[in-house]
Design a protein around this ligand. Structure first.
Ligand SMILES: [Zn+2]
Length: 161
């Protein structure tokens, strides 16, 4: 006997910037500032991430490419590494991620890659606290997920080890 099952993902979509609550506006503005540190001479796709810690501090990250492509870092993992180094015991409340491209205007939220989803999930596990994920392009809608688990169904965690 087989069963056909499905996952359901819940998230909030703010259709315009005017609809966005102040706390998300603030964190997304920080992510845009973080994007200024992006080093992306190969893709010309610039990404910024801002982490909001429980103590109210914000930590920036940006993508860092390399001529040896696979060793580049995504903005999300750059920010998470900075947080782990600078404030290792501080829990993370939220991550805002934004991007822009020299080739096309980005008007839809770009979601984190698979490696970053797993890395954000590890930070949730480490601190035993869900991390809100706030996504937006240069313009357009903003998506807010209550936990990275919404973007990582059937996640792999330490329980398997
Ligand atoms: Zn990534």
């Amino acid at each position: 006997m087989n069963k056909n099952l499905k996952f359901e993902i819940n998230y909030t979509c703010y259709e315009t910037w005017d609809d966005v609550p102040e706390n998300y506006k603030h964190l997304m503005t920080e992510a845009r500032k973080a994007k200024d540190g992006s080093y992306a001479p190969y893709s010309n796709f610039n990404v910024g991430a801002a982490l909001l810690l429980n103590n109210g501090n914000v930590i920036h990250g940006s993508n860092q490419e390399n001529a040896s492509y696979p060793i580049g870092f995504c903005a999300e993992r750059t920010a998470l590494s900075a947080a782990a180094s600078l404030a290792s015991h501080e829990k993370i409340k939220a991550i805002a991620i934004t991007c822009s491209s020299a080739h096309n205007p980005v008007s839809t939220p770009a979601a984190p890659c698979g490696i970053c989803r797993q890395t954000i999930f590890e930070a949730e596990c480490k601190h035993k606290q869900d991390i809100e994920v706030v996504l937006m392009g240069e313009t357009g809608e903003m998506y807010v997920f209550k936990s990275i688990k919404d973007l990582l169904p059937l996640h792999f965690d330490a329980d398997f080890l």
